[in-house]
Design a protein around this ligand. Structure first.
Ligand SMILES: Nc1ncnc2c1ncn2[C@@H]1O[C@H](COP(=O)(O)OP(=O)(O)O)[C@@H](O)[C@H]1O
Ligand SMILES: N[C@@H](CCOP(=O)(O)O)C(=O)O
Length: 334
C-alpha cells in the first residue's frame, strides 16, 4: 500500500486552489510505491482545457531540508524540456508545500506505464534521454552530493559485514578498496559530473503507446538524485535496463544500444569509456550495500519493503568476472 497518510478531498481542494489547479474532480490513492503517500489528483480549472491529472505526494521520510534540491532539480529539468514531473508552484513561487502536517508536492502525471521487460528500442530511448538530462542539468545552480556515494558505502559496509558470509565479506571489502582507489585516481577526478538521477531503474521510467511502438514519456522518482559523475548514472542504468534479471548477466546487445544512444547525444570521453567496466562494479556495489542495509537493519517503523540483496551480489560478481568494454562502432575516435 502507498497511502500512509489519509488526505481528504477537502485537504486536496485547499492545496489545489492555492496552486491555481482548480476544482478537485477526483482523488485516488496510488497502491504501488513503498516510501511516500501518493494520490492521483484530477482537477478542472474551468477554462475549457478539461480535466488535468496530477500526482500529489506527501513525503513520509524525506524532510523539508532535503527536498528542495530534488524538487528544484525536477523543475529545472522540466523547464529545459526533459520529460520529468514538474512541481507546481503557489503564487509565491514555492514548490514545497505542507499538507496534513507533512511536506508535500503536486507534479504533473506522466502518461503510460513501466516497461519491465525492456527491448533495444526502450534502452535506446532511455540512453538518449539520460544524456539529454545530464546536459540539461549542467547549469542547475543547487548542489547536493550523491548521498549514497563512496562516503556512504565506506560508512555502511562495516555495518552490514556481520550479516555476511566469509566469501561475501571478502568480495565486498575488496570491491570497496578497489572503488576507494578508483575514486582517488586523477582519471576519476576528471570525469564530467553534474546532477544525476542515481536510481533510474525500470520502475522509475514511463512509456506510452502501442506494444512495440512505446515512446518514453518521462523519468520520475528523483529522491536519490545528487551531484556525481555522469558515468555513474549510466552504469546504474545499464545494471538494470540491460541485464538478465535472473543471472545478473549483461545483455551486450541492449547495453550497446543504450550506450550508443547516450553517446550520440553526449560523446563519452576516452576516460569514461575506459572506466565504464569499473563504474559498472561501483553501481552494483552501491545497490548491494543499500539492499543489505535495508534487509538486515530495517529502520524503526520503516515502510520500506526490502529488495533481495543477493541480486546485486550476483551482478557485482558478474561485473568483476566478465568486465564489459564498450567500443564505439561508428568509427568516431574516443
Ligand atoms: N509523476 C507521475 N506520473 C505518473 N505516475 C506516477 C508519478 N509519480 C508516481 N507515479 C506512480 O506512483 C507509483 C509510486 O511512485 P513511487 O515514486 O515509486 O513511490 P514511492 O516513492 O512511495 O516508492 C509509481 O510506480 C507510478 O505508477
Ligand atoms: N532501485 C533501488 C531501490 C530504490 O527504491 P525506489 O522504489 O525508491 O526506486 C533498488 O532496486 O534497490
Amino acid at each position: 500500500m502507498a497511502v500512509f497518510t489519509d488526505v481528504t478531498a477537502g485537504d486536496a481542494g485547499q492545496l489545489s486552489a492555492r496552486l491555481g489547479l482548480g476544482e478537485v474532480i477526483e482523488l485516488r490513492g496510488i497502491t504501488s510505491g513503498i516510501e511516500n503517500t501518493n494520490y492521483f489528483l484530477t482537477t478542472d480549472r474551468g477554462d475549457g482545457r478539461g480535466p488535468q491529472q496530477w500526482v500529489l505526494t506527501l513525503f513520509e521520510r524525506l524532510t523539508a531540508d532535503q527536498l528542495p534540491f530534488y524538487l528544484h532539480l525536477m523543475k529545472h529539468l522540466a523547464q529545459h524540456g526533459i520529460p520529468v514531473p514538474d512541481p507546481q508552484a503557489d503564487a509565491a513561487g514555492e514548490i514545497l508545500h505542507t499538507l496534513c502536517g507533512k511536506p508535500a508536492a503536486v507534479v504533473d502525471k506522466l502518461s503510460g506505464g513501466h516497461q519491465l521487460a525492456p527491448s533495444v528500442w526502450h534502452c535506446q530511448q532511455v540512453g538518449q534521454m539520460l544524456a539529454r538530462m545530464h546536459l540539461a542539468g549542467r547549469d542547475f545552480p543547487m548542489h547536493q552530493p550523491n548521498l549514497r556515494g563512496l562516503p556512504w558505502w565506506q560508512e555502511t559496509v562495516p555495518v552490514v559485514l556481520p550479516f555476511m558470509t566469509a566469501p561475501q565479506r571478502a568480495l565486498i571489502e575488496q570491491e570497496l578498496a578497489f572503488q576507494t582507489d578508483l575514486a582517488h585516481s586523477p582519471a576519476h577526478a576528471a570525469l564530467p559530473r553534474g546532477p544525476v538521477h542515481a536510481d533510474l531503474f525500470r520502475d522509475n521510467v514511463m512509456f506510452d503507446g502501442l506494444p512495440g511502438h512505446e515512446k518514453l514519456t518521462g523519468f520520475f522518482d528523483f529522491y536519490f538524485a545528487g551531484v556525481d559523475t555522469w558515468l555513474f548514472d549510466l552504469a546504474v542504468c545499464l545494471n538494470d535496463w540491460c541485464i538478465a534479471l535472473d543471472t545478473g548477466r549483461l545483455d551486450e546487445v541492449r547495453a550497446d544500444a543504450f550506450v550508443s544512444a547516450y553517446d550520440r547525444e553526449r560523446a563519452l570521453s576516452h576516460d569514461e569509456i575506459r572506466l565504464l567496466p569499473a563504474m559498472l562494479r561501483a553501481g552494483a556495489l552501491r545497490f548491494w550495500t543499500s539492499r543489505l542495509w535495508d534487509f538486515h537493519l530495517p529502520r524503526e517503523a520503516s515502510m520500506l519493503k526490502a529488495h533481495d540483496p543477493s541480486h546485486f551480489e550476483r551482478v557485482l560478481r558478474e561485473r568483476v568476472d566478465n568486465p564489459w568494454h564498450w567500443l564505439r562502432s561508428d568509427g568516431r575516435p574516443d
